[in-house]
Design a protein around this ligand. Structure first.
Ligand code: DGY
Length: 305
């Protein structure tokens, strides 16, 4: 059996798959395959271990209906047409759990960095603007006893809520498709409507999956309902927020700050005005980028394959 791996993965996965006697083709880290190249290469293999956010649509599954499995190196699967995969009888695997802690850490990091304008202040040091002490300039906000709103209280949302409760005694409210009774018990979290989440959150952290229902749900209408002092955090998928609307909300002071590990579109251009705003922190989709999480994802993806 031959497995196509679309980017290098931690060695542990390579060892596991080779030990099973599989032949592996690993594509170079910087090579981005075109849809046609991905199909052509997949046609020469029995299975696909998909690293990176390649669109696996109906056309792909139709052309590659021979595949025995598609194993994703991600928890998110919004890039995959599961209806088409099912139609062609191809099982698709993802990597939940193992990256929850790392991703929640990234949300926490962005929350604190945004609250203290840390990335902006770092840029000021780099550009020789650190001159003297000021008692009034560039003040941040504190997080103790504030309300944390979680949009999507699943594994990652719960890990973020736990950290915020432990560190700052934040009150937890959340909005989900279904109530999460277990997390309510664990965190003392309160289920609220989407509007209440917007209206009551001091920090609103997004952890939901990208679906047709959640696409750009954080838009003008949503930002207008938020508190002027609110911080918006997105470590899930960039397309959950409408980025132009987010920019306007920050410029007008409709909300106070934003911390993004995911952007819409991705990657973000280097001259994007968001990158120069004081209470904005942006990272390049590194939520799961720890040794522990990536090794966990590697084992999971190899086992799935
Ligand atoms: C995922 O797993 O979905 C992340 O976004 C990539 O690490």
């Amino acid at each position: 059996m031959k497995i196509l791996i679309t980017k290098p993965v931690p060695e542990i996965a390579i060892g596991m798959l080779k030990a099973q006697g599989y032949t592996l083709t690993v594509i170079d880290d910087h090579k981005l395959l075109t849809p046609a190249e991905l199909i052509e290469l997949s046609q020469q293999h029995d299975a696909l271990l998909c690293v990176g956010f390649y669109r696996l649509d109906e056309a792909f599954f139709k052309a590659c209906s021979h595949l025995k499995v598609v194993s994703l190196f991600s928890v998110g699967y919004n890039n995959v047409d599961l209806v088409a995969a099912t139609k062609f009888g191809i099982p698709v695997g993802n990597t939940p759990d193992v990256l929850s802690n790392a991703t929640a850490d990234t949300a926490f990091l962005l929350m604190l960095a945004t609250a203290r304008k840390a990335f902006y202040m770092h840029r000021r040091v780099l550009s020789s603007e650190w001159k003297s002490f000021s008692a009034v300039a560039n003040l941040g906000v504190e997080l103790d006893n504030k309300t944390l709103g979680i949009f999507g209280l699943g594994r990652i949302g719960t890990a973020m809520a736990k950290k915020c409760k432990g560190a700052y005694n934040m009150q937890i409210i959340y909005h989900n498709r279904h109530q999460n009774k277990e997390a309510e018990k664990l965190l003392g979290a309160t289920y609220v409507s989407f509007d209440e989440l917007l209206q009551q959150s001091d920090v609103l952290s997004v952890h939901a999956a990208l679906t047709p229902e959640t696409k750009e749900i954080f838009n003008n209408e949503a930002f207008n309902k938020m508190k002027p002092g609110a911080i918006f955090i997105n470590t899930a998928r960039g397309e959950l927020h409408q980025e132009q609307h987010l920019k306007e909300a920050l410029l007008k002071g409709t909300i106070w700050g934003a911390g993004l590990d995911v952007t819409n579109p991705e990657p973000m251009e280097a001259d994007n005005p968001l990158l120069f705003m004081p209470s904005v922190a942006v990272l390049p989709h590194i939520g799961s980028a720890t040794v522990e999480a990536r090794n966990g994802m590697a084992v999971y993806a190899a086992e799935n394959a």
